[in-house]
Write a protein that binds this ligand. Sequence first.
Ligand code: DOR
Ligand code: ZN
Ligand code: ZN
Length: 400
Amino acid sequence: ETLDCAGLHVLPGLIDPHVHLRDPGDKSVETLATGTKAALLGGLAAVFDMPNTQPSITTREQIDRKRGQIEAEAWVDVGMYIGGTRANTPELASLELQPNVCGIKIFAGSSTGDLMIEDDESLERAMRSGRRRISYHSEDEYRLQERKPHYTAGMPHIKHAEWRDVECAFLGTRRLMALARKTGRPAHILHVSTAEELEYLADYRDVATVEVLINHLSQTDEAYGRLGGYAVMNPPIRDARHMEAAWEAVRNGTVDTVGSDHAPHSRAAKERPWPDTAAGLTGVQTLAPLMIDHVNAGRLSLLRLVDLMCAGPARVYGVTGKGRLAAGYDADFTIVDMKKTRVIEESWIVSPCGWTPFAGQKVTGWPVMVVLRGGLAMRDDAVIGTPRGRPVVFAEARGA
Ligand code: DOR
Ligand code: ZN
Ligand code: ZN
């Protein structure tokens, strides 16, 4: 079959390195099958899936089971994070080298459940044990009492409260960077969202790579008034000063990857009054269209987009394409109509939870085809054939 790509842009297959597919978990919210179908319809060739499922992914058996599920059900290629915990620290070195594991995900701030390493000793042990880059969950902590009032509950009438800039601490990142310099082990700092933390990390390029999220590049706290609970995520969207800093960091090279942090929740959970509103937004289906729109708006170049969404993840996580340290070598392509203008509709969302914080947003530029391993997998908003996603293969070791 020959593909007519006249007038279109052919990009290497784009990657979302930060998604929560929730499988195993609540099937009425998301599954591996629906989340990867959303990714494919959104123009992606691969996603890297987070370990905070129910139960969380922390053992070899769970990795093996998930690999089988990817082979059977995934519409795009899938890499998986393994959760670092105090309990599995001794095995992390061997766990992270299991095939298709993109890295260890570590939470060290004020975060959730068992996926948490609180003390420096365990954190250092986890860092020393591995060969891969640690993926660290930054929370960009502002003082908690100051963060609370910026979203005031009462659906459907959400009061817009002022976001107040106060001291930005990011204590977890500071701890991790000290340990990174001490151990010589690099870390990828996920979803950095404040001007202060981005500025801090620019001085740690020897040990740190950086992710920003599409939401922090696309929305400001103005959205709370419009979307209420459907704007609530962690780290939160912030005022325009921080969004400008994120764009500056994209342009000056401080940022290596951009993700969606696709984190579906039920409508009921999103509509619970603050502070019980579930944090997390869908995004895997809208990441590429929004980034392409940002290119058309002149916020970044198309080459920079390819770097952030393909070469960057390949570099940071060590994606191998036929044994080489690059993505796209096995004929994965995202084919884009740079001129197509559309308004994002909630009815398009294939994640069962069924909502997007970007409904009604007009974008110019749209991924119209995806090719996986040389075969057409998506064209004009329709998936083609059966799921043909594969587990992503990663290099064994990463340098700084
Ligand atoms: O908004 C978020 N949602 N932030 C996180 O850190 C976790 C995620 C989720 O899994 O819901
Ligand atoms: Zn997170
Ligand atoms: Zn996340």
